[in-house]
Design a protein around this ligand. Structure first.
Ligand SMILES: NCc1[nH]cc(CCC(=O)O)c1CC(=O)O
Length: 311
């Protein structure tokens, strides 16, 4: 028997305060309510400010360091201020701090990037020399690789800020993850969804993860029924790939695993930040070998890239 949370002793859910983060925290709450037949009042949402939210005027990679969106939330989890933390898995470092574990994932949503523009329908539709706004090293490198004629400018902020910048003519187009747009109820903001063959998504894009304290058996039992096994297998491959590449926001890396039955197919790519070079590959294997597959693909790409690839 699990000791269930209740209105007098609610489960504290830690999250960032952005509309997307709140939606995701409420989605985890909704899944837990349904799995255990609990009322909303059995949960408390605790909003935590993180470094990445406080600094809005710089490209994130200038601030440096991993876990810009997670450090303060993980501290609250470790000191007992919250019981679980809800994250966009795409933003999560590949290793968790000692004492925490991240092994519960909701079913993954659309993995694709969305093409957002007031004037053009797709990347192919962009005229020569068009201006594209993005602060994602991966998207910038992927675009520069395919369309060296385009001009790239830094672009940050929430969806509304970015749309305003498009209206002001700061850029002709930008990219946003389809998962985020769909969760915010505005998928139509994207003129088109970009196929993975054209722009391979970030590892773990579109997946929501729930972090907890190691040894918190009560919370582990609560989370068990909301975990989506196939998403777990896909992320095991993608995050092992990223971990072996020592992935951080400093390195343009893309990776996507797909599962069919007991088989897993992993595609990955590493790019030079200026888009002048790319090394890509794929591996197929048994789902049980998901992590080994990720490591093997990473090592193959590193060997092909050779030393100095990122210099
Ligand atoms: N880096 C920010 C971030 N983290 C997660 C999402 C979208 C939701 C997701 O991919 O799960 C976004 C916005 C974006 O890249 O457009």
């Amino acid at each position: 028997m699990i000791d269930m949370p209740s209105p007098t002793r609610p489960l504290k859910i830690g999250t960032r305060g952005s509309p997307l983060a709140l939606w995701q925290a409420h989605e985890v709450r909704r899944c837990l309510m349904a799995a255990h037949d609990l009322p909303e009042a059995a949960f408390e949402t605790v909003v935590i400010k993180v470094t990445g939210d406080m600094v809005q005027d710089k490209a994130l990679r200038e601030i440096g360091g991993k876990g810009l969106f997670t450090k303060e939330i993980e501290e609250a989890l470790l000191d007992g201020g919250i019981d679980i933390a809800v994250h966009s898995m795409k933003d999560m470092p590949v290793e968790q701090p000692v004492g925490l574990v991240l092994d519960c994932y909701l079913e993954r949503a659309d993995v694709r990037d969305g093409f957002v523009s007031l004037k053009y329908a797709s990347i192919a539709d962009l005229p020569e020399g068009a201006v594209v706004g993005s602060s994602s090293l991966r998207r910038r490198a992927q675009l520069a690789l395919r369309r060296p004629d385009l001009k790239l400018v830094e672009f940050r902020g929430n969806v509304q800020t970015r749309m305003r910048k498009l209206e002001e003519g700061v850029a002709d187009a930008t990219f946003l993850a389809m998962a985020g747009l769909t969760r915010l109820g505005m998928p139509e903001v994207a003129r088109s969804a970009i196929a993975p063959e054209e722009m391979l998504p970030a590892c773990a894009q579109g997946a929501i993860g729930v972090e907890r304290r190691i040894g918190d058996d009560r919370v582990a039992a609560l989370l068990e029924p909301i975990h989506h096994a196939e998403t777990g297998q896909r992320l095991a491959a993608e995050r092992a790939f990223l971990r072996r590449l020592d992935g951080s926001c400093e390195t343009p890396i893309a990776g996507l695993a797909e599962v069919t039955g007991d088989q897993i197919w992993l595609r990955g790519e590493i790019l030079r930040p200026d888009g002048t070079a790319v090394v890509s590959g794929e591996r197929r294997g048994a789902v049980a070998e998901a992590e080994a597959l990720g490591v093997a693909l990473a090592e193959a790409l590193l060997a092909e890239a050779g030393p100095g690839f990122f210099d």
